[in-house]
Structures are given as C-alpha cells and as structure tokens.
Design a protein around this ligand. Structure first.
Ligand SMILES: [Zn+2]
Length: 237
C-alpha cells in the first residue's frame, strides 16, 4: 500500500481517479478498516474554510458531518467507492475502537520512540503523522494498536510509574476517530503515514508492547508542570 510515485491511476473512462477515493477504497478493501467521509476544505475567495460552514470550526476539514457517523462507517468497498465518487474532497475518517485503537503522542516524542522501538525490534503497526491544528495541538503521531486501550492505559502507565494525566499520551478508542492520509487539513498540511500500512504490519501490536518506549519518550519531553488536554475534541458539525 506504499505510495508509488508516477502517473495518477486512471478509471475505465481514462480520467484520473481522485487520490482520496483510491486510498479510502484501499483502507476498506485491503485492511478491512471501516471508513466514513468527513468535512472538507473549501477554497473560494480567501483562506480555506471548513465545509461545515462554521467560521470558527476547530477542526477545519477533518471532522464527522453526521450525528450517526459511527453507524454510517463502512468497510464495504462498493459503499466507500460510491461515497468518494460522489464527493472526492471528503476527508477520510477512520473510527477507532473497531479493528484498532490509537496511542496518540506529540510528534517529537513519537519519533524518538519510533527510533527506539526499531532498535528494540518491536513489531509495529501503521503510524499516522497528523499536522498541527492551530489553537488545539501541535503535530502528533498516532500508533495503531489492537482495540481495548481506553480501559487499560491508566494501569499500563501506572505500572511504569506515571500518574494518570501526567504525560501527553492519549488513547483513542470507542466513539472516537482519526483522520487518515492523504486528507488535507490546512492550506499546506496533509495527514500522512509515518509508517504506512503494509503486508509486514498487517497484525497490530498490543498497546502493552509499545507503552514503555512511548511513555519514556513522552516523559523526556514533558515539562515539569505539564497539564495535558485531550488533543482532539469530539465535535460533530
Ligand atoms: Zn468544520
């Protein structure tokens, strides 16, 4: 599934297939991940704004658009193909708490942890690199892990000596989502893969396998009086 540079893929009519459609269908078809279309950025006469119409939207072009998005999410390639054929600009949202959860950390700490995990020979899953969202958070890395993290993360951290909320390290599970590559979330910002899905990382690690290097890296980066805030509000507009 790695990105291959070159000519854009073409449909049967000879026209290029929108990249968002290609990737959304790949997630559903190759990984059996549920996907759901979200809001998107509109550029007309000025800076990009969110399709939801709220000029103060906290997550422009990167949030669910329906209250029932959890139920709409689908891993059916045909449904997914139809959604992005109808709107090739829609962001690609991946619900967490289904086939994977996410460990969400600052990019600097995440990169440090990634290097350490690779030295340790740990089995890694895909890792998403999310751009900064002004006013909310800086750049983040999302480590995909087996579901069930939400309930056990506090205990995993406590065993490593970290009190709940002490680290800028969050889990995303049931009822939440992440934004998937190649969604655009700012004038020049795209969500991308730090470690793309491949045949080598089809089996996801358990959070317990990654938590030690992640907590260590986040602890190194944490200021003494750090008071973390969840990096992404659960907005639906
Ligand atoms: Zn919006």
């Amino acid at each position: 599934m790695e990105e291959t540079p070159g000519a854009p893929e073409q449909g049967s009519d000879g026209k290029p297939i929108p990249p968002m459609l290609i990737e959304a269908v790949r997630y559903a078809e190759d990984r059996h991940w549920e996907v759901v279309p979200g809001s998107w950025l509109i550029e007309q006469d000025g800076p990009a704004r969110c399709s939801c119409g709220d000029p103060h939207c906290p997550l422009p072009g990167a949030h669910p658009v329906d209250e029932d998005w959890r139920h709409r999410a689908s891993a059916g390639p045909g449904v997914v193909r139809r959604w992005w054929t109808e709107n090739p600009h829609a962001s690609i949202l991946l619900p967490t708490g289904r086939v994977f959860d996410v460990l969400d950390v600052p990019e600097v700490a995440g990169c440090l942890a990634l290097a350490r995990m690779e030295r340790m020979g740990l089995q890694l899953g895909p890792v998403v690199a999310a751009p900064a969202v002004p006013g909310l958070h800086g750049r983040r890395l999302h480590f995909l892990v087996l579901p069930g993290v939400l309930a056990k993360l506090p205990e995993l951290l406590r065993r490593l000596g970290w009190a709940p909320g002490r680290l800028d390290l969050f889990s995303r599970g049931e009822g939440e989502w992440i934004v998937a590559p190649p969604t655009r979330v700012g004038p020049h910002s795209y969500v991308r893969w730090a470690r793309p899905p491949s045949t080598l990382n089809r089996w996801l690690p358990d959070a317990a396998e990654l938590i030690s290097p992640l907590a260590y890296a986040c602890g190194r980066e944490a200021p003494p009086a750090y008071a973390p805030q969840p990096p992404q509000p659960a907005v639906v507009r």
